[in-house]
Design a protein around this ligand. Structure first.
Ligand SMILES: *[C@@H]1O[C@H](CO)[C@@H](O)[C@H](O)[C@H]1NC(C)=O
Ligand SMILES: *[C@@H]1O[C@H](CO)[C@@H](O)[C@H](O)[C@H]1NC(C)=O
Ligand SMILES: *[C@@H]1O[C@H](CO)[C@@H](O)[C@H](O)[C@H]1NC(C)=O
Ligand SMILES: *[C@@H]1O[C@H](CO)[C@@H](O)[C@H](O)[C@H]1NC(C)=O
Ligand SMILES: *[C@@H]1O[C@H](CO)[C@@H](O)[C@H](O)[C@H]1NC(C)=O
Length: 525
């Protein structure tokens, strides 16, 4: 009994000291690979004693309805056609393999965007189901959440936060409109490269022209494909004068999934918190059999390859070339690969259908990471200082990797002209040229040299928002303005008109004087 009392008092003291309390958080995640990131936050918040509720669709692929870390609210959304990616990606890769046919890629992009429009529509339908369900709305209201944590790749969380008047924290790299900085912060196109061109922050004149053209195309794409479902939704549920993008930008804290070891320096905002590498952890010991294989590489070390879940098995002819290149290496290779076994597989190559990526990258014998530039891989490579041989396949992966190339930490292969010699030469270069590993280790040191771990920083700011019921003092007024006010076009026009009037009046007066004096002179003579 006494012991019990004592621990109660101790607990009270501790929580008073740390000022922490169990908050109540409503999480509206995005399914698929984005969920992996969100879950890292959820697990950490749970361990800090917060109560988490996750909203998921009934056809969710990754988000389980029961979990030790959260309670879930499942919304019935009917069947979700998820073979789109399965059909789409092979076509995209085939087009890329045949050389970069611009128009083919554009047609395919158009198809992909239309598909995204459909998904946005589905998200709106799902949110409408929640809004229209009075019992569900009442129970959500009664739960008295402290904040909404969401990923703005889709807009459901933003809509719910507005409906309940809750503070909003976004776990973000992409909003539905593109790279999030472009929505949040001033982005001078002279040195901020837009996504899709693989430019750096040092652009030539023609690259800057392309940068502007691409930006305009992005704006067009957004208005054509992504705006409408949310516009219709907000008008129906919030009235005609509520604009979705201002709801989106009315965010208290943006937890940005990158930082400036990855990103080029650019303007940012007071409520952007960089948490790049928040998912990285020190390596743990490998399973015994894997450790034995790694040790058997001797002084040569190992090469680790993983192209992510969906991509790995799509490229059977490529896989054969890659396997043949690996077979020529004295190093050992650990390759995460599902699907048919590549022919030409060397006896130095171990195929696994899953690998402890973080622990392998943190292993001192790991020399090179062959990666596609998708979620987590790059961040873990930076964290552990392992140089990358990049094989970008789709989406923003080329941009991800081009940033690494610009920092001298990666070499990029083009799948259009990939064969065993190209792969072998590239592997040799990244393995033997100290340029890559030295740069990556420097980047790793820079990334780790910060006062607080990125995950702790993210949790601090989430708790900050709960303690202070939002962070409006960090939010700029910019998104409440029209484009005309924001760019001071009205002011510039007023000043121009004033100057014009002033000049006009001055010239007029001078002319009058001149005429007056001339007349006088004429009279005199
Ligand atoms: C946590 O959230 C769930 C779902 O909203 C609720 O049923 C439960 O009572 C909450 N627990 C605490 C300790 O607040
Ligand atoms: C969304 O709901 C509307 C009306 O309920 C329906 O017509 C439409 O097919 C739905 N769209 C999707 C993508 O589920
Ligand atoms: C409303 O939500 C409740 C609780 O989640 C659920 O049991 C019920 O089936 C929903 N009703 C409709 C019409 O979807
Ligand atoms: C692996 O293959 C090489 C040549 O292909 C051969 O020399 C070597 O003995 C093989 N090693 C093992 C362990 O089978
Ligand atoms: C790279 O691209 C993927 C999408 O393909 C994205 O989810 C991920 O966050 C990017 N990686 C980094 C390190 O930002």
């Amino acid at each position: 009994m006494k012991m019990h009392h004592f621990s109660l008092i101790l607990f009270g003291l501790l929580s008073a000291l740390s000022g922490s309390y169990g908050g109540n958080i409503l999480v509206v995640p995005v399914d698929g690979s984005h969920w992996i990131n969100m879950k890292v936050l959820i697990v950490e918040l749970h361990s800090k004693g917060h109560n988490l509720t996750v909203i998921r669709g009934s056809s969710s692929w990754y988000i389980k309805d029961t979990s030790p870390y959260y309670t879930s609210v499942t919304v019935n959304v009917g069947e979700f056609d998820d073979d789109f990616m399965v059909k789409f990606l092979p076509r995209l890769l085939r087009i890329k393999r045949q050389g970069n046919s611009f128009w083919n890629e554009m047609t395919l992009a158009d198809e992909m965007y239309s598909r995204f429009t459909e998904i946005h529509q589905q998200i709106c339908n799902m949110t409408a189901k929640i809004f229209d369900n009075e019992t569900l709305m009442k129970s959500l209201e009664d739960a008295k959440y402290d904040l909404v944590l969401t990923d703005p790749a889709f807009g459901g969380g933003v809509l719910l936060a507005h409906r309940f008047g809750l503070p909003l924290v976004q776990n973000v790299r992409w909003t539905m409109y593109g790279e999030a900085h472009f929505d949040i912060a001033p982005s001078p196109l002279s040195y901020v490269p837009v996504t899709g061109l693989k430019h750096t922050d040092k652009m030539t004149f023609s690259q800057r022209v392309m940068n502007v053209v691409m930006h305009i195309m992005t704006l067009y794409k957004n208005s054509k494909y992504f705006g409408n479902p949310y516009k219709v939704f907000t008008q129906k549920y919030f009235g005609p004068d509520v604009d979705f993008s201002s709801l989106l930008l009315n965010t208290d804290i943006w937890l940005m999934r990158n930082d400036f070891t990855f990103e080029f320096p650019r303007p940012t905002m007071p409520n952007v918190v960089y948490m790049g590498g928040f998912q990285c952890k020190p390596a743990e010991p490998l399973p015994a059999d894997l450790e034995e294989f790694v040790q058997s590489s001797g002084e040569y070390g190992v090469v680790v390859m993983s192209l992510g879940t969906i991509f790995g098995q799509l490229l059977s002819d490529l896989n054969d070339e890659i396997a043949a290149a690996f077979a020529q290496l004295p190093q050992k290779v650990i390759w995460r690969h599902t699907g048919p076994r590549p022919a030409m597989l060397g006896n130095n190559t171990l195929i696994v259908d899953w690998l402890p990526q973080n622990d392998l990258l943190g292993h001192p014998k790991t020399k090179v990471f062959v990666a596609h530039g998708g979620t987590n891989g790059i961040q873990e490579a930076i964290y552990h200082g392992v140089p990358i041989l990049g094989l970008p396949l789709a989406f923003d992966q080329p941009d991800n990797l081009s940033r690494m190339q610009a920092k001298g930490t990666a070499k990029i292969l083009d799948i259009a002209n990939l064969d065993r010699t190209v792969v072998f030469e590239a592997l040799k270069e990244v393995l033997h040229n100290p340029f890559y590993s030295e740069n990556m280790q420097r980047l790793s040191r820079l990334h780790r040299d910060q006062p607080m771990k990125p995950l702790d920083r993210a949790v601090f700011w989430i708790e900050f928002v709960m303690r202070n019921r939002g962070a409006p003092h960090l939010r700029t007024q910019s998104f409440r303005m029209s484009k005309i006010t924001y760019h001071s076009i009205d002011v510039i026009l007023t000043l121009l008109v004033t100057i014009f009037i002033f000049v006009f009046v001055t010239v007029y007066i001078i002319r009058c004087f001149c005429v007056f004096f001339l007349k006088k002179k004429v009279k005199h003579e």
